[in-house]
Design a protein around this ligand. Structure first.
Ligand code: GTP
Length: 444
C-alpha cells in the first residue's frame, strides 16, 4: 500500500531524473569550540543525503544564541540561509535536527523550496533499503505517523507542483484553496488513521510468525552472536569475511537494514549463529527506534553481542557511546559484550585505541576487510561462550543414541569414547541443556 501524499519521496518522484540538489544545515547553540563536532555531524548528514541519492551542493553550520519557536532559527540567521539557498539554487534544504511541523511549514515559506529534517531523510533512506516484509511495514508505519501532523505541508507541496512555479523553480508561492484544502486534510487524516490501524495489525501478524521462527531456533540451542554497532562500522564485512554470506557491503550508511543470520564454525569446531544487524546512528529518530526495536530485539536475545567500532572514524568514541545509549534505551545491557575495534589497518591514533581498551573490557583489534585479528576475536568469543556453558561427563546408553546426536550437534565435544554398551562423553553444554541430560551425569 502506498502512502505518498507528498514528502521527500513524493517530491523526488515529481521531479526529473536529475538528483535533487540540496543545502545541508546544522544549527547549534553554543561556543565556537563545538563547531568541529557539528561539522562532523554535517559530514554524516551528507553521507546520509548521498545514500538517499541527493546531490549535496553546500553544507553550512549555523551558530545561534536561541531557537525561534516559529522559524526554528531567528530572522537574521534565516535570511543568511535563504540567501545561501538562492545562491546555490538548491531544490531542497535539509536540517540536521527534528523540526516541528509548524516550523517546517514556515521555513518552506521562507526558502520557497521544500525543507526536510533529519528524521524525514532517515525515513527516506530506510524506506529505500528495507527488504523484509516486517521492516517494510515498520517503516511504512513510521512514515505515516511522521506525515500525519504534516498534512497541511504536504498539501502545500501538491498545490506547488500543480501550479506554475514548481518545487525546483524556487519561486513557488504554494498555498492551497483554503476550504477545499481543509476538507481534504480532514479526509486524509481519517485515511491515515485507518492506515495506521491496518499496518499495526499486519505487523502483529508478521511478528507472530517471526516469534515462532525464533522459538524454534532457541530450541536448537545453537549459541547466537549478534554483530551490532554504528552504521558503516564494518558489520557486514565481518559477517562476509567469516561466513561468505554475500551480504551487501557499501561505503554508504545503512547498507544493512534487515538482520541476516549465518552459521559459522569457530576454530574449536563449535557451531554458532552470527547475526548482522541494522546500524546505529546518533539521534536516531524516535519513530525509527520504535520501528526497529523489533528487529533489534532479535539481536538482544543472543548470547553475546559483538560491538563493532570503526576506530578510524574521527568520532569513533562518540559513536561507541551512541551505541551503548541505544542499548540502554532498549534495556539490553545485560547481554555480554565483546568490543571489536575494526579498521585497525587505517587507524593511526593508538592513544584512542588505548583509551577504548581501558573503557571497555573484553576488547579485540581487527581489520574485517584484511582478515586481521580473527584468531584473537574467536578466542574471545570461545572464552565468553564457555562462561555461559558447563563441562559435563556423561554416560549415555547406546539405546539412547538420539540424545548423543542431539547434544553433540549443539555442544562442544571434548572427548568421546565407547565402553561396553555406553557412550562416554566429556562435553561442554549450554546451561539450558544441562537439565535435560542430568540423568546421564557420571557420579564422581
Ligand atoms: P551499515 O549497513 O551501514 O550498518 O554498515 P556496516 O557496519 O555493515 O559496514 P560495511 O560492512 O558495509 O562496511 C562499511 C565500509 O567500511 C565498506 O566500504 C567496507 O569495505 C569498509 N570496511 C569494513 N571493514 C574494514 C576494515 O577493516 N578496513 C578498512 N580499511 N575498511 C573496512
Amino acid at each position: 500500500m502506498e502512502s505518498e501524499i507528498g514528502g521527500l519521496s513524493g517530491l523526488q518522484k515529481s521531479l526529473s531524473k536529475e538528483p535533487l540538489k540540496a543545502l545541508l544545515v546544522s544549527v547549534y547553540k553554543g561556543s565556537a569550540a563545538g563547531k568541529a563536532t557539528y561539522q562532523e555531524h554535517l559530514e554524516e548528514l551528507a553521507l546520509l543525503a548521498q545514500t538517499y541519492g541527493l546531490e549535496v551542493l553546500h553544507k553550512v553550520t549555523c551558530a545561534i544564541r536561541r531557537y525561534d519557536s516559529a522559524n526554528y532559527v531567528t530572522e537574521g540567521k534565516l535570511q543568511e540561509l535563504v540567501d545561501l539557498a538562492k545562491e546555490y539554487q538548491v531544490d531542497l534544504v535539509v536540517f540536521d535536527d527534528e523540526i516541528a511541523p509548524s516550523q517546517q511549514r514556515n521555513l518552506e515559506k521562507a526558502f520557497k523550496v521544500p525543507v526536510i529534517d533529519r528524521t524525514e531523510l532517515i525515513l527516506g533512506v530506510f524506506g529505500q533499503r528495507a527488504r523484509t516484509k516486517e521492516a517494510r511495514l515498520q517503516i511504512e508505519l513510521a512514515k505515516v505517523k511522521y506525515e500525519a501532523p504534516r498534512l497541511k505541508r504536504l498539501w502545500t507541496h501538491l498545490s506547488r507542483q500543480a501550479g506554475t512555479a514548481g518545487a525546483s523553480g524556487g519561486g513557488g508561492g504554494g498555498g492551497y484553496t483554503k476550504g477545499e484544502g481543509e476538507k481534504q486534510i480532514e479526509i486524509d487524516k481519517r485515511i491515515l488513521r485507518r492506515k495506521i490501524d491496518q499496518l499495526q495489525d499486519e505487523i502483529k501478524e508478521v511478528k507472530g510468525h517471526r516469534e515462532t521462527q525464533r522459538n524454534s531456533r532457541q530450541r536448537s540451542q545453537i549459541p547466537v552472536f549478534a554483530i551490532i554497532g554504528y552504521t558503516n562500522a564494518g558489520k557486514s564485512t565481518l559477517l562476509n569475511a567469516l561466513t561468505n554470506a554475500g551480504v551487501l557491503v557499501e561505503d554508504k550508511l545503512f547498507a544493512t537494514l534487515d538482520t541476516t543470520t549465518r552459521k559459522f564454525q569457530m576454530s574449536n569446531g563449535q557451531e554458532i549463529l552470527l547475526i548482522d544487524t541494522v546500524g546505529f546512528i546518533r539521534k536516531l529518530p524516535h519513530l525509527v527506534v520504535a520501528a526497529f526495536k523489533s528487529t533489534l530485539e532479535e539481536a538482544f536475545q543472543s548470547n553475546v553481542l559483538l560491538h563493532m567500532i570503526d576506530v578510524n572514524h574521527p568520532m569513533a568514541e562518540e559513536q561507541a557511546e551512541t551505541t551503548y545509549e541505544v542499548l540502554r534505551e532498549l534495556n539490553s545491557e545485560s547481554t555480554p559484550v565483546i568490543t571489536v575495534l575494526n579498521k585497525v589497518d587505517l587507524c593511526a591514533d593508538k592513544q584512542m585505541i588505548a583509551r577504548m581498551k581501558v573503557k571497555y573490557p573484553k576488547t579485540v583489534e581487527i581489520s574485517a576487510l584484511n582478515h586481521i585479528g580473527f584468531e584473537n576475536l574467536q578466542d574471545l568469543m570461545i572464552e565468553e561462550l564457555s562462561r555461559q556453558r558447563q563441562v559435563l561427563d556423561l554416560i549415555i546408553p547406546q539405546s539412547d543414541y538420539a540424545v548423543v546426536s542431539e547434544i553433540t550437534r549443539t555442544g562442544h565435544v571434548i572427548t568421546q569414547d565407547y565402553e561396553a554398551n555406553d557412550v562416554l562423553l566429556k562435553i561442554e553444554l549450554p546451561f539450558a541443556l544441562v537439565e535435560k541430560v542430568k540423568k546421564y551425569m557420571k557420579i564422581p
